[in-house]
Design a protein around this ligand. Structure first.
Ligand SMILES: [Zn+2]
Length: 260
């Protein structure tokens, strides 16, 4: 069997921010509400999570919330995340526990993608060499240093690889130094590409607009990744899923429903 089995988008929270953060030089003064997503993927070899959402403590505990998120105002408001949106709460619905996750594939190390690892103790974590090195410089304000504390236990990967049957890691750097997207072959629906923050919005894809924030301001690299994902999608007849697009998210199956 060469394909994954099922794909569930998990809404782990939402966040309101100035649209220029998603679309470079576009959307000044305009605020959008974006979903913060993780994705559960069932494969013949086990279960994978793409991303982990935010650290719930930093949202729920007022002193932590002020410490971590006030510096981002006014461009970014603190995330909205409810107890029921923590990943273990989703897993519990079909009777699963974090120990039933075989691998957490982190697309990039921003707080809204990696913070939730604290809810997934003991899981194997994959991250790219370049991504971790850049995050450790302390130069990216969307990386929280405490969320890298367990990086010594992560599997450090370099370049593209087959993650599991029907699941492939696709390099899409630009937004961050070692950003990765995920190509997933589904049995009925056909392939899906989880863009991650290589493309926050459908607009990033349709109009080829770089993300507002690029590592070392490398807009050219971010645009090349958008074009690369589009070429891959055309060649493989795959659907591109932007990562922070509320309208697009609402078109997806509502958990516990899945795509297969
Ligand atoms: Zn993000």
């Amino acid at each position: 069997m060469s394909h994954a089995l099922k794909l569930w988008p998990l809404l782990t929270g939402s966040i309101r921010y100035e649209k220029t953060l998603s679309t470079r030089n576009r959307g000044h003064g305009e605020f959008i509400d974006a979903p913060i997503l993780a994705y559960l993927i069932e494969t013949p070899n086990g279960r994978i999570l793409y991303d982990a959402g935010c650290d719930y403590r930093k949202v729920a505990e007022p002193t932590l919330c002020v410490r971590y998120f006030d510096p981002m105002r006014p461009q970014v408001e603190p995330p909205d995340m409810r107890e029921g949106q923590r990943i273990p709460r989703y897993l519990a619905q079909p009777g699963l526990a974090p120990s039933d996750i075989d691998l957490v594939f982190i697309g990039h190390l921003h707080f809204d993608h990696v913070g939730g690892l604290g809810d997934l103790p003991g899981c194997e974590v994959h991250i790219q060499t370049d991504e971790l090195a850049a995050a450790c410089t302390g130069l990216d304000g969307s990386v929280f240093a405490d969320e890298l504390a367990n990086a010594g236990q992560w599997r450090i990967k370099t370049g593209e690889y087959r993650v599991a049957p029907g699941v492939y890691a696709i390099a899409s750097p630009g937004h961050t130094a070692g950003h990765m997207s995920l190509f997933i072959e589904l049995p009925k629906h056909g392939p899906v590409i989880l863009c991650g923050d290589a493309a926050d919005l459908s607009e990033n894809l349709s109009e080829e607009i770089a993300p507002g924030c690029c590592w070392q301001d490398n807009e050219v690299l971010a645009l090349a990744s958008i074009r690369k994902l589009k070429v891959l999608a055309r060649r493989e007849d795959a659907e591109l899923w932007p990562n922070h697009d509320m309208d697009f998210f609402r078109s997806l199956p509502d958990f516990p429903a899945w795509r297969d």
